[in-house]
Design a protein around this ligand. Sequence first.
Ligand code: CS2
Ligand code: MG
Length: 402
Amino acid sequence: MSKIERVEVFVASPGRTFVTLRITTSDGVTGLGDATLNGRELAVASYLRDHLVPLLIGKDPARIEDMWQYLYRGAYWRGGPVTMTAISAVDTALWDIKGKVAGLPVYQLLGGRSRDGVMVYAHASGTDTASLIDDVERFLGLGYKAVRAQAAVPDVGGTYGVRKGKVYEPAATSLPDEQPWDTEAYLRFAPTYLEAVRERCGFGFHLLHDVHHRLTPIEAARFGKQVEDCRLFWMEDPTPAENQEAFRLIRQHTTTPVAVGEVLTSIWDVQRLITEQLIDYVRTSVVHAGGITHLRRIFDLAALYQVRTGSHGATDLSPVTLAAAVHLDTAVPNFGIQEYMAHADETAEVFRSGVTFADGMLHASEEPGLGVEYDEKAAERFPYQARYLPVARRLDGSVHDW
Ligand code: CS2
Ligand code: MG
């Protein structure tokens, strides 16, 4: 029987910081997992190196479900982003290995192809409405069928999602950048630019918007109602999701579809949101919600309630996560959409991925496993750099959700 012989944890910053797990079996088969948790990367690296690696050596890599249960229940202190990101990385690496041993791409292990390609959405942004519209048109010109739109709110430096340069990277400072936030200014401005995008670019594509946890339930209800004529594909994270009940109020006031889940890390975190149909898309990801094994469970629960998938795919999720996501997206019946932000050029120097983009869709690699390789020699050129996500503060100085 093959055994787990070596487990390596790499922390490097090729374009941004990624934590990557590589498991090697006694048969010389390797598997990769993404263990990146933006702004808290070293916590997961230590959880893996100091606490999980000793448990993995000598174990049977074929027993993926058993390993998941062993790491989840065996921790006693279960759940949360650090623990679940570590478990996700191990799980994903074992699926990579299983695919390589079987000689099949992972989507074939998940039931085979349900669709020809995986529709993705791009991130358009602008410092004002005009530059946002230009960016939306640019992505439509590249063949995207779906585009997210975010514009800077005048005089509010802390607006989420406005790209500076080629790649959007919010974790940009060696200590958290404290940014001002003004909800009223956002509520006055955001509907105007979403309307302007529809007016100029039409309704022939999916338009998405990320509120990024910043409204109260009633503010979110008002926002959703106000933008109904924009026919958004979704409004994302309209209010913080710790209080799942809050989404009932939003539901009562608007038909704008709701997407939640990128910061949630288990099926229990989304159970009521799904079973009470408080959301339309679940955004949990391979890297933060327990890997392929657990994310498949979440997606299957969602399918029972006609909730579709819409996994997180920002640049702080590595090419390993993107590849695993596309395999899952290719196979599951209730696929909705996949977030896709191009990584920095330096990232591609370290991660070789078989995922391809064409005609607004991503396509999984046909190679056995995930179809990603990690070049640790190249990674040595990009030593770890501590970076933090910003912190938002209201105009009165109190902390707000960034
Ligand atoms: C965002 C992310 O992609 C999204 O929908 O919410 O950019 C998020 O801000 C980052 O992943 C945080 O690290
Ligand atoms: Mg988001």
